[in-house]
Write a protein that binds this ligand. Structure first.
Ligand code: BG6
Length: 480
C-alpha cells in the first residue's frame, strides 16, 4: 500500500526551520533515510515569500508547498486539511502526518486546538504526530495546561517534546557506556563514587535572544530541561527493559528523589558584566543586550548542588553548572570516584570518568600508575577515546536523529509529560525564591568560570574541573 510522509512545519519562515530542520531533512534525504514520498507543507502567517524552500535539496524542494495559516483562523486549518487530503493518490493510500511546531510557544495553544478541531489529530489510515519545542510552559501550572491541551487530542505516544540534548550521539552514549561496561556499571553507586559534576558551559553571550532569555535565565533555559535530563541518565536505576517507557519511568524516579534544595548554600547565581578579556578584547554586559531590562536580575550562570534521596546515591552530591560567556564551550559529565586504600603511596589522585558530550566528544578515564624509578610515587594519567577517530558517521546532528525517531514512532529521546511537570516542580520553588529576591545574584567577568563563589557549593569536596576544549586538558587557563 502506498504511504505518504507529510511533514507540516508551522513557522516555516523562522530561524529554527532554516538553521535546524531544513539541514536535517537535507542530510536525511542525502543518506536516503527519509521515507519515500516525503512532502513538506510549510505554514506561515504571511503571504508566500519567494525562496522559502530555497535551502532544501532539489527533490524535497519540488515536494514542498507553502500555505498561509494564521494560527487562530479555523478556515486556514480547513484549507490545510484539504491540502493534506489532496496528497492521497487513492483511497487505499496511507497518510502519515507530522505536525512540527517551529513557532514561538505563544502560538502553541491556537495551533494545537485547531489541529484537534479540524480532526487532523485522528489516526485514520496512517499516523498523526505532533512535535513541539521547549519551553514546555513557563512553570508547573502552564506546563500542566499545555499537557492537558495536547492530551485532549493526542495520546502520549503521538506527542514528541524535543529536548535536542537527547538527540546528541554522546548523550545517548551515556546509557550504553554505563550498561555495556561492567567496569563502570559495577562501581555505579555511593560505595565507589564520591561526587558527580555536570557542566554545560558556553562561550557566547546572549546575543539577540534577550527578549526570550531575560524571562527565563539559565534556570529555565538550561537547568529545567537539558541538565535535569543529563542528571537522570547518569543517575537512573537499571530500566526493566530497553524500551522508551521503561527508561522514561526510571528517569522520572530520579527527579522524584531530588532532596529539597538548600537555596542559601547550594545555589549560586551569576550574571556577566562588562569586562575586558585577557587579550584586551571588550565584552559588553548582559544588561546592555537587546531585549534585556537594564536592571535585570536574570542569571546567565547557575551552579547548584543536589542530593538524591535513594539507596544508590545517599549523600552523594551532584554538582551542576551552566553559564554563558564562560572560557570555552563545553558540555561534560565528570564522575569522581572515591580513593582506594593505597598501601603504596599516600599521595594519589582519585579516578575520574569523564563523558565529554561536546566538543572533542569522547571518554576519558584518569588513573594512577607507578612513577618509573620511584618506589613510592604515583602519577595520574589518561586513558582516552575521541569519537573523531571513528569516522564521519559520528557527525549526525541531533535534529536528524530526532526527526527520524518521530517518523519511526520512537519516543525514547523525547520528554514525557510527567518528566516536564516534575522538572517544573523542582524549578518552581527556585524561581519563586528568585522573584522574592531570596537568591543573591553575583557578577562575573566574561571569559571566566562564573562568580568566584561558584566554588562554595563544594564545601568539603574539591573544586570543579575546569575543562578545556580538548578533552584531555583542564585548568583555569586553557588554549582557546
Ligand atoms: C538551548 C538554549 O536549548 O540550548 C540555548 O535555549 C543554548 O540558550 C542551547 O545556547 C545550547 O545547546 P548546545 O547544543 O549548543 O549545547
Amino acid at each position: 500500500m502506498k504511504s505518504h510522509n507529510i511533514i507540516v512545519i508551522f513557522g516555516v519562515t523562522g530561524d529554527l526551520a532554516k538553521r535546524k530542520l531544513f539541514p536535517a531533512l537535507n542530510a536525511l534525504d542525502n543518506r536516503d533515510e527519509l521515507p519515500s514520498d516525503t512532502v513538506v507543507i510549510g505554514c506561515g502567517r504571511g503571504e508566500k515569500k519567494k525562496n522559502i524552500f530555497e535551502t532544501l535539496d532539489k527533490k524535497l524542494r519540488e515536494n514542498s508547498t507553502y500555505l498561509r495559516v494564521q494560527t487562530s483562523n479555523m478556515n486556514h486549518f480547513l484549507k490545510l486539511k484539504e491540502k493534506i487530503c489532496s496528497i492521497k493518490k487513492s483511497d487505499k493510500s496511507i497518510l502519515n502526518i507530522t505536525f512540527y511546531l517551529s513557532t514561538p510557544p505563544s502560538s502553541y495553544k491556537d495551533i494545537i486546538s485547531n489541529i484537534i478541531k479540524s480532526d487532523l489529530n485522528k489516526e485514520n489510515s496512517g499516523y498523526s504526530r505532533i512535535v513541539i519545542e521547549k519551553p514546555f510552559g513557563q512553570n508547573l501550572e502552564t506546563a500542566k495546561k499545555l499537557n492537558k491541551l495536547l492530551k485532549s487530542g493526542f495520546n502520549e505516544s503521538q506527542i514528541y517534546r524535543i529536548d535536542h540534548y537527547l538527540g546528541k550521539e554522546t548523550v545517548q552514549n551515556i546509557l550504553v557506556s554505563r550498561y555495556s561496561n561492567l567496569i563502570f556499571n559495577a562501581l555505579w553507586s555511593k560505595d565507589y563514587i564520591s561526587y558527580v559534576e555536570i557542566t554545560a558551559a558556553e562561550s557566547i553571550g546572549i546575543g539577540s535572544r534577550g527578549g526570550y532569555y531575560d524571562k527565563s535565565g539559565a534556570l529555565k533555559d538550561m537547568f529545567q530541561n537539558h541538565l535535569l535530563e543529563l542528571l537522570c541518565l547518569i543517575a537512573m536505576e537499571d530500566p526493566k527493559e530497553n524500551n522508551p517507557e521503561s527508561i522514561r519511568d526510571e528517569k522520572i524516579k530520579v527527579l522524584k528523589s531530588i532532596r529539597d534544595i538548600n537555596f542559601d548554600q547550594h545555589i549560586v547565581r551569576g550574571q556577566y558584566v562588562e569586562s575586558r578579556g585577557r587579550n584586551g578584547e571588550e565584552y559588553d554586559s548582559y544588561r546592555s543586550s537587546e531585549g534585556v531590562e537594564n536592571n535585570s536580575k536574570t542569571e546567565t550562570f547557575l551552579a547548584c548542588k543536589l542530593f538524591l534521596d535513594n539507596k544508590r546515591w545517599k549523600d552523594i552530591p551532584f554538582f551542576i553548572r551552566t553559564g554563558k560567556r564562560m572560557p570555552t564551550k563545553v558540555t561534560e559529565i565528570v564522575v569522581n570516584f572515591k580513593k582506594n586504600k593505597n598501601i603504596f603511596s599516600s599521595i594519589d589522585e582519585s579516578n575520574m570518568l569523564i563523558f565529554r558530550l561536546q566538543p572533542d566528544e569522547g571518554l576519558l578515564v584518569k588513573f594512577n600508575l607507578k612513577k618509573p624509578g620511584k618506589k613510592k610515587e604515583i602519577i595520574n594519567k589518561n586513558l582516552e577515546f575521541h569519537y573523531k577517530n571513528l569516522s564521519n558517521k559520528f557527525n549526525i546532528n541531533s535534529y536528524e536523529t530526532l526527526i527520524m525517531d518521530v517518523f519511526n514512532g520512537d519516543t525514547l529521546l523525547f520528554s514525557r509529560s510527567d518528566f516536564v511537570e516534575m522538572a517544573w516542580k523542582i524549578v518552581d520553588p527556585i524561581s519563586s525564591a528568585i522573584k522574592r529576591n531570596k537568591l543573591k545574584l553575583f557578577s562575573y567577568k566574561s571569559g571566566t568560570w562564573g562568580p568566584k563563589n561558584a566554588n562554595d557549593v563544594f564545601r568539603n569536596h574539591n573544586t570543579w574541573r575546569y575543562p578545556c576544549k580538548n578533552l584531555v586538558n583542564d585548568g583555569e587557563e586553557c588554549e582557546l
